[in-house]
Design a binder for this molecule. Structure first.
Ligand code: FAD
Length: 491
């Protein structure tokens, strides 16, 4: 009996000395998809006993947001998700949400004078037209994208096995070697020319797609370009009820403590040999200070946009370079002026989306006839001669004459000016760091490789795994080389 008791005491001491206890308090700054997802993944890793506080200065969802027109909600920020975005799919299943029914619609590209490419209802006819105009360029593009997507999908396998990366470069390298890193350093146009896509196809089609998704020219990095082109292949979906539901529901599931306050500073404190992070925050209720074992910054930090100061760090945490690109979303309820696109008879206008070609004189980037976030079985898209809800993305707010050019008349216009994506022309020499200090992590730097909902979710899982592996010193799970091979031989 005495021996058994001694043995139990020994085992208890060994485990308390051997394995550190999990962090007690973690703070997440930002409740967009990045912040909500990292709160969920952190809880999965560290367990339910860890207190997770999520600070949000504005609305839960961040760039996932809706707007109300005529008592119905529409996506105002990020509207669509790719079918291969597995984290988003998992969230929807886990949270008991549904994918919204797809409402068919056709797209065209407008060069300021005429439609230069028109989609039809017939898949084969679309292929024939592409081949007729551009030869086999679209097949070359397809092959390039498929190869990239196949390599990108490796991340899900690595993450399922608990592997994490301490920098975006390491993460990309594990997926596609030096080539993937180079794709963040050279332009999409250059990379496509190299695989045999013609200049004409790039100028007439690729430029319009890139402009519609990132509002930037063909000089954007190839990795980001590929993400936007993958989105144009179809197979897109959205969440019934609004994409932002994923954020609100993840936070509820995690039982995260959501604090409506803006974090203004993070200071390093050293008390009784323990490193802690002190968060300074402000809200309508006043100022506050709180200390944490670990902090995740899940909101973009960049020149002129960083609103958090870092204090007492040695070496200091410097302001991250680069700027963010502005996009104005205008949601217009009204009658389209189809004559502007060469269709004097409104009811003959067959398109639900128009992308602007790479013409600097065009004052909009894209125009979409959008469906509400709740689509009933009987829902049908409005006919072109009826008043419909359109979303226009442009570089600047639309002026009255510009609205009058696009719409015969309208009932309402609501706008939101987004700091939408990294301004890729202010390209960074290096991608931003993930580890800012021992247990202080930056999630949003991944946007400099490509900015999308799923990229933030991938970054969230990576940061949660990295934080866990560093905390418990599972060094063998960080920055492992040749992972694909390793996993094949391990299985
Ligand atoms: C108009 C538009 C259309 C888009 N379309 C698509 C699309 O179709 N598909 C796609 O995949 N992606 C799209 N995107 C990109 C996508 O929305 C983003 O990549 C993604 O939502 C980023 O999520 P995040 O959580 O990383 O950042 P955010 O959503 O920006 O979240 C950051 C959060 O932090 C909060 N915050 C900021 N500072 C502080 C502070 N100091 N203290 C506390 N809180 C703070 C903010 O209020 C915000 O809620 C689009 C973006 C825009 C703007």
């Amino acid at each position: 009996m005495a021996v058994a008791l001694l043995l139990m005491c020994y085992l208890a001491t060994a485990s308390s000395e051997g394995a550190p206890s999990p962090p007690e308090r973690i703070a997440v700054v930002g409740a967009g998809i990045g912040g909500s997802a990292v709160a969920h993944f952190l809880q999965q890793q560290f367990g339910p006993q860890v207190q997770i506080d999520v600070y949000e200065a504005d609305s839960i969802g961040g760039r996932l947001a809706t707007i109300t027109v005529n008592n119905q909600q529409y996506e105002f920020g990020s509207a669509t998700i790719h079918s291969l975005n597995l984290h988003m799919q998992d969230f929807v299943k886990l949270l008991g949400l549904k994918q919204r029914r797809e409402v068919a619609g056709k797209a065209a590209i407008f060069n300021g004078e005429q439609l230069v490419l028109e989609e039809t209802d017939w898949y084969l006819l679309n292929l024939f037209r592409l081949w007729w105009h551009y030869g086999i360029s679209f097949l070359r593009l397809q092959m390039w994208l498929e190869e990239m997507m196949e390599k990108f999908m490796r991340i899900y396998k690595y993450q399922a096995h608990g592997y994490a990366f301490s920098s975006v470069d390491e993460l990309l390298h594990s997926l596609g070697g030096e080539r993937f890193i180079n794709l963040t350093r050279r332009s999409v146009a250059e990379s496509l020319l190299e695989v045999g896509v013609t200049q004409r196809f790039i100028d007439e089609v690729i430029a319009a797609v890139v402009r519609a998704s990132y509002a930037q020219p063909l000089t954007i990095p190839a990795f980001a370009g590929a993400m936007s082109l993958a989105g144009a292949q179809g197979n897109m979906w959205a969440v019934e009820g609004g994409n932002k539901l994923v954020c609100t529901e993840l936070l509820k599931l995690t039982k995260a403590n959501v604090i409506r306050a803006r974090v203004t500073g993070i200071a390093l404190l050293s008390t009784e040999g323990k490193m802690l992070y002190q968060l300074r925050h402000e809200s309508d209720g006043g100022h506050g200070l709180d200390t944490y074992d670990m902090v995740i910054v899940a909101t973009p930090q960049y020149q002129g946009g960083s609103n958090i100061s870092f204090e007492n760090f040695e070496p200091s945490v410097v302001e991250l370079p680069g700027t963010y690109h502005r996009i104005v979303a205008s949601v217009v309820h009204g009658y389209l002026n189809s004559s502007y696109f060469g269709f004097p008879e409104p009811k003959l206008f067959p398109f639900s989306s128009v992308l602007a070609a790479d013409n600097p004189d065009l004052f909009f980037n894209s125009l979409d006839n959008i469906c509400p976030v709740n689509v009933s079985a009987s829902f049908r898209r409005k006919q072109p001669q009826e008043a419909a809800v359109w979303r226009v993305l442009s570089q600047r707010p639309l002026e009255k004459p510009q609205l009058k050019t696009l719409f015969r008349s309208y009932y309402s216009v609501q706008t939101r000016d987004w700091a939408a994506y990294p301004h890729y022309a202010s390209a960074l020499k290096e991608l931003p760091p993930i580890v800012l200090h021992d247990n202080l992590f930056y999630l949003s730097g991944i946007e400099w490789a490509a900015s999308s909902v799923e990229m933030s979710a991938v970054a969230a899982k990576n940061v949660a795994l990295l934080a866990f592996n560093r905390w418990f010193q599972h060094h063998e799970k960080i920055d492992q080389k040749d992972l694909m091979h390793k996993l094949k031989t391990e299985l």
